[in-house]
Design a protein around this ligand. Structure first.
Ligand code: ADP
Length: 250
């Protein structure tokens, strides 16, 4: 297929400027059965995150007597992409699960929960590039919603090089036909970016472009971080004003 034109009159295909995020929607506490949960949209990406734990780990030999064991499962629904995706894990989802777990692990105060396990499940219901970043944002909110002690928030966004321009939060066409794609996650603590929790790249950037990409990612991440916080605050405000829900097992 011929490469489409991705920038027209200084705008991207969906009308965004180079430094603009896609519309974001975040809601915490959407699942009744999970200890913590989050629904998140970033453009056309639709993600559900569910957290279980801290709880006892089975089988027992997987327990760590000094700290909690964290498990992270990234999964794409068969209907999340244009052509039906074969269900179940594949190389890509195993890799994304591993790097995402590694991004979250240092932020979770694992030493407070010896012998226990914290399971993070993220389900991609609809994918449009940047799913690993959207999933990390949802997972972070779900972990906080579950009451897991955290050193801060993990906030993630990708940057890309498209027709010579560094752009924030690439969508599918930009990811497919762009020259570089760089997903980044930050640890944000006390409203400040403290460190980088994940950094991947495919394609090629000059050092100058990489610096620009990092600055742009930082700006984007701070916007997402505020929305993550807002979602958590909203959930707790709601809990305070609402009567406890009746258990309605059927
Ligand atoms: P990310 O979603 O984190 O950007 P990739 O760069 O690997 O990860 O994937 C980019 C996009 O390509 C995905 O968001 C999705 O829209 C699409 N994609 C990934 N895997 C598949 C697949 N097996 N079938 C169809 N589309 C896919």
């Amino acid at each position: 297929m011929q490469k489409p034109k991705l920038i027209v009159d200084g705008k991207r295909l969906d009308g965004r400027g180079f430094e603009e995020l896609r519309p974001i929607k975040i809601e915490a506490g959407v699942l009744k059965r999970a200890d913590g949960s989050c629904y998140l949209e970033m453009g056309k990406n639709k993600i559900i995150a569910a957290v279980y734990g801290p709880r006892e780990v089975h089988p027992r030999h997987l327990q760590d007597p000094s700290k909690a064991v964290i498990r992270y499962r990234y999964n794409m629904a068969p209907f999340s992409v244009e052509e039906r995706k074969k269900p179940g894990p594949d190389r890509r989802s195993v890799e994304i699960s591993k790097v995402s777990r590694e991004a979250l692990e240092p932020v979770i105060m694992k030493e407070l929960f010896p012998r226990s396990g914290i399971d993070v499940f993220v389900e991609v219901l609809q994918a449009d590039a940047g799913t690993r970043t959207a999933c990390l944002n949802a997972a972070s909110v779900a972990l906080i919603d579950a009451g897991v002690a955290m050193r801060g928030m993990v906030t993630s966004v990708a940057v890309a090089k498209v027709e010579g321009n560094i752009v924030l939060d690439p969508m599918k066409e930009e990811d497919n036909y762009g020259d570089a794609d760089v997903p980044i996650a930050f640890l944000i603590r006390n409203d400040r970016i403290e460190s980088i929790a994940l950094l991947q790249m495919d394609g090629r950037l000059t050092l100058e472009e990489m610096k620009k990409a990092m600055e742009l990612a930082k700006k984007g991440a701070m916007q997402i971080y505020r929305l993550q916080r807002e979602a958590i605050m909203k959930k707790y405000m709601k809990e305070e004003t609402e009567e406890p829900e009746e258990e309605n097992e059927q």
